[in-house]
Write a protein that binds this ligand. Structure first.
Ligand code: HEC
Length: 102
């Protein structure tokens, strides 16, 4: 009985404050790129946020090398919970496409 209550309470808190709780608990897990087959999502599946960060940094520096004006803040509101800007997913698709063609 008590454990069921604890679980539902934890679930409620996780929903109520999303990334905050995730950061306090399982801090290296991705909370945004949890499905799909974007590069960061694949990296998240492999190694959580540290891996995603690595992959994203590489993508951004590759894009910069190609002369694109881009930074993390082109798509992310902040680098604490990586909340996405409205256009982030679209932009990521475009970015992946532009990096795919040499
Ligand atoms: C062109 C847009 C774009 C740029 C630039 C970008 N990101 Fe991302 N990033 C995304 C999108 C979109 C996702 C979510 C992908 C998904 O859900 O499949 C993401 C996911 C992530 C995640 C996983 C977060 C989570 O909890 O799921 C991390 C970490 C991350 N980005 C870090 C960075 C860093 C660091 C930079 C700068 C070096 C950066 N990103 C630049 C679009 C971008």
């Amino acid at each position: 009985m008590r454990s069921a209550l604890t679980i539902s309470l934890a679930g409620f808190l996780a929903i109520a404050s999303g990334a905050g709780i995730a950061a306090a608990g399982d801090k290296q897990k991705c909370t945004i790129a949890t499905s799909g087959d974007s590069e960061p999502a694949k990296a998240c599946a492999r190694g959580g946020r540290p891996e995603a960060r690595k992959v994203m940094k590489k993508m951004v520096s590759d894009a910069k090398a190609k002369g694109q004006k881009i930074g993390c803040e082109s798509c992310h509101m902040n680098l604490d919970d990586y909340e996405l800007l409205k256009t982030a997913r679209e932009d990521l698709t475009k970015l992946e496409a532009s990096l795919a063609k040499k």
